[in-house]
Design a protein around this ligand. Structure first.
Ligand SMILES: [Zn+2]
Length: 57
C-alpha cells in the first residue's frame, strides 16, 4: 500500500489517500489537489505529490 497525506506537502489539510500502488495514489491526490488547493493538473503537481508518497502497512 502507498499513502499520501496533504500535510506532508506543508498544507494545513487533513486529506489523505491510500492505494495499492503509487500511480493510483498520485491520481487520487492530484484530483484532491486540483479541487481543494487549486493546483494545476499535470506533471509538476504529480511530481510534487510523489515526493510525499510513503509506504503504508
Ligand atoms: Zn489537501
Amino acid at each position: 500500500m502507498k499513502r499520501f497525506e496533504c500535510k506532508d506537502l506543508g498544507l494545513s489539510c487533513e486529506f489523505r489517500a491510500e492505494a495499492e500502488n503509487e500511480e493510483e495514489v498520485v491520481a487520487k491526490a492530484e484530483e484532491h489537489a486540483a479541487a481543494a488547493h487549486s493546483m494545476p493538473k499535470g506533471d509538476d503537481t504529480k511530481n510534487r505529490i510523489r515526493t510525499a508518497v510513503k509506504d503504508a502497512a
